[in-house]
Design a protein around this ligand. Structure first.
Ligand SMILES: Cc1cc2nc3c(=O)[nH]c(=O)nc-3n(C[C@H](O)[C@H](O)[C@H](O)COP(=O)(O)OP(=O)(O)OC[C@H]3O[C@@H](n4cnc5c(N)ncnc54)[C@H](O)[C@@H]3O)c2cc1C
Length: 398
């Protein structure tokens, strides 16, 4: 297995690098690399720039308007965009509901929704989790009752990322409560402007507002918005989660945080010498850099297996766990570098940057928010404990 770029891959890498350098707007790059808050409009603008180049849907086959790239090319593209400071392409439409529509959607659903995902005319959110149904998703209770040409949906979703920006939600709903919990679930596409929907923000510890509660009170959803068969939504849900997990190895984020750590470790503050001068702290930076490198090679190995057509087993779970651990550790090292400067945490700093005396020209204030924000990586997309359970099961099955 050769994990190095071939000459063709190197040429492709350069092409992507040149395009991103020439087309990524400076204001967006500055926000992303400064770990400031990226707004809806920033994500949409960048997505449309990519779509204009024909790169709006890197993971899709050509027949649906995608790039038709192989696993190695997709990985190169993601890596180059990330390290140049591009915002991530929102996964909810592109890599969650789109693959499901391609496999299980009706021709009318494909025609209606897929192009608008690439152009980001629609912003999708994921309505899976409920109070009491997170890891144990099959116990979800949001009801959908069929009344003629409509379902009437009543219940509550929680932790719905970016529901405040979304105009569509793909949601798991219960259409039959009589049998095994996994049996009576269906997947519905719900317009967020439908009567009876209320979105309530959940303000997180970092001061940010990414997640929400979504209340559905007698929401009417046309029957043609059902994806796949009624009561067979669990099959679709599992298919979708498989796509979600491969996307959260978080390598780009690890590299970005490592770069930031080296920068912040050089800062001279009033409270002591820069930590980079401390051999023990330097050792810790070296160790985490080795961890990031190992993570990169693990991802390359996974990509090469995928490229060879081998089905993925527990590997995405391993990468998810490792990526979240490394991000958490980098967040802690960054906080240690900033010392007391990281403690006073102004929410505004995550939007506008640090508005006060900077230490050595480096803004330290948003670091506290970043540290708190990074706690979530071990939870979303299936918690690390659940991933460990999946790894365990795959070993038992050997
Ligand atoms: C930032 C963020 C964004 C999110 N975005 C979305 C979104 O857009 N859409 C959406 O639907 N959901 C979203 N989620 C929800 C996420 O998928 C759930 O939080 C996650 O599945 C865990 O569910 P829970 O919070 O109900 O915790 P629980 O399932 O109640 O788990 C509580 C604790 O128990 C542990 N645990 C539970 N079961 C087991 C088990 N069998 N073995 C070992 N340990 C176990 C868990 O690991 C965890 O530590 C998001 C979550 C976060 C934090």
């Amino acid at each position: 297995m050769d994990l190095h770029d071939s000459p063709e891959d190197l040429a492709f890498r350069q092409e992507v690098r040149d395009f991103v350098a020439a087309n990524l707007p400076d204001d967006i790059r500055a926000k992303v690399l400064g770990f400031l808050r990226v707004e809806r409009e920033d994500y949409v603008r960048w997505q449309r720039i990519l779509a204009g180049r024909g790169w709006g849907a890197p993971g899709w086959p050509l027949e649906h308007g995608g790039c038709g790239w192989n696993a190695v090319q997709r990985n190169i593209f993601e890596e180059e965009c990330f390290s140049a400071g591009a915002p991530r392409q929102m996964p909810f439409g592109l890599s969650m509901i789109a693959p499901v529509l391609m496999k299980y959607g009706t021709p009318a659903q494909k025609e209606r929704f897929l192009p608008r995902i690439v152009s980001m005319d629609d912003w999708w959110c994921q309505g899976y989790s409920e109070p009491g149904a997170g890891s144990d998703l099959a116990s979800l209770k949001t009801r959908a009752e069929r009344h003629g040409s409509h379902y009437v949906v009543t219940g509550q979703k929680i932790w719905t990322s970016f529901a405040q920006w979304a105009n569509w939600m793909f949601a798991l709903v219960r259409t039959d409560a009589s049998g095994k919990p996994q049996r009576g679930i269906s997947l519905l596409l719900i317009p967020m402007d439908a009567k009876g929907i209320t979105v309530r923000p959940i303000k997180t510890l970092d001061g940010g507002h990414d997640v929400n509660e979504v209340f559905l009170d007698g929401v009417q959803v046309p029957v043609e918005n059902l994806v796949g068969e009624e009561n067979d939504g669990w099959t679709l849900a599992k298919y979708l989660l498989g796509h979600e997990r491969t996307a959260i190895a978080g390598l780009g984020m690890c590299k970005r945080l490592l770069r930031r750590l080296k920068e912040v470790a050089r800062v001279q503050t009033k409270h002591g010498h820069p930590l980079i001068q401390d051999p023990r702290f330097r050792d810790r930076i070296a160790k985490i850099e080795i961890d990031v490198l190992a993570h990169e090679w693990s991802l390359a190995r996974l990509v090469s297996l995928e490229q060879a057509g081998r089905g993925l087993g527990a590997e995405p779970s391993m990468l998810k766990i490792r990526g979240s651990e490394i991000q958490g550790e980098l967040g802690e090292l960054l906080m240690e570098c900033a010392g007391p400067y990281a403690v006073p945490f102004l929410d505004e700093a995550t939007v506008f940057g640090f508005d006060g005396p900077t230490a050595g020209g480096v803004e330290l204030n948003p670091l506290a928010g970043l540290y708190l924000d990074l706690r979530k990586v071990a939870i979303y997309g299936g918690t690390n404990e659940i991933q460990r359970g999946l790894i365990g099961k795959s070993l038992v099955a050997l």
